[in-house]
Design a protein around this ligand. Structure first.
Ligand code: G3P
Ligand code: CA
Length: 254
């Protein structure tokens, strides 16, 4: 596959706020994104789930159990029902409860002041969140302003996005231990998302040779700092960071 457009490597890697400033406030909530924005990050990372009545909400897990006061699948609730639950997390021995935001509510707050790095996924095996997502992004003029990147583990989802809005830069994600260099170099998308332990010098160099940027995410919080230092030495292009202050400082070092 040919790379459709030239995407020059950025000199300064991108700091992408993974689920907002999730080490300071309940992940994927508006305050978590506000804190991230105050740091001056390059993008806000937002995972999407779809409710039973077709609304897009910011939520990582399929089940609402880990992050909220509720239980069960997000997709089994109507928006009005899911809004009755709160996200809940403990920071410094303090329990914080905070509303589950819709994507629309997040965009109401940040409008065109931030770059949105949105993760799509299939819903019960079907690409159904892509159309309403593109419609919403167009409603805020975010695509024409180049304020959107879309990432997915699903090539079906990315293909659908590409068909609906070919100007959006896309990221194909590979799960931990599942990185496939051949597959990554064959897709036409400019960015490849890899879990840090799959980031080797060879993988980074090959992806760069094919004109791709490498955006790294981290699944082991305890090893994230050393992993960020390691992948920095390999010249990666973006960090889905769970510690914005650390990453910004790391990237400022010579
Ligand atoms: O989007 C990069 C990273 O977020 C992918 O992993 O599971 O945290 O969404 P996950
Ligand atoms: Ca994600």
């Amino acid at each position: 596959g040919e790379v459709e457009t030239a995407h020059p490597m950025v000199d300064t890697p991108k700091v992408i706020a993974h689920r907002g400033a999730n080490n300071q406030y309940n992940e994927s909530t508006i305050p978590a994104y506000q804190i991230a924005a105050e740091y001056g990050v390059d993008a806000l990372e937002i995972d999407l789930r779809m409710t039973d009545d077709g609304e897009l909400i910011a939520m990582h897990d399929e089940l609402i159990d880990r992050t909220t006061t509720g239980t069960g699948k997000a997709s089994d609730y109507k928006l009005k029902e899911i809004k009755e639950f709160q996200t809940v997390e403990v920071f410094n021995n303090q329990t914080i409860e905070e509303e589950i935001p819709t994507l629309n509510e997040i965009m109401e707050v940040f409008s065109d002041t931030e770059h949105y790095y949105i993760e799509t996924r299939l819903v019960d095996g079907k690409p159904v969140m892509e159309e309403p997502l593109i419609e919403m992004l167009n409603g805020y003029n975010l695509i024409s302003k180049e304020l959107v990147t879309i990432q997915s583990f699903s090539q079906i989802s990315l293909a659908k996005i590409h068909e609906l809005a070919p100007e959006i830069p896309l990221t194909l994600l590979f799960g931990k231990g599942k990185f496939n260099l051949k597959e990554a170099t064959l897709v036409d998308y400019p960015f490849i998302g890899i879990e840090s332990t799959d980031v080797t010098r060879k993988n980074v160099n090959e992806l760069h040779k094919h004109g791709k940027e490498v955006h790294v995410f981290f699944t082991d919080l305890d090893k994230q700092k050393e992993e960020q230092e390691r992948v920095k030495s390999l010249g990666v292009d973006g960090y889905f960071t769970d510690n914005i202050a650390f990453t910004k400082e790391l990237l400022e070092e010579e």
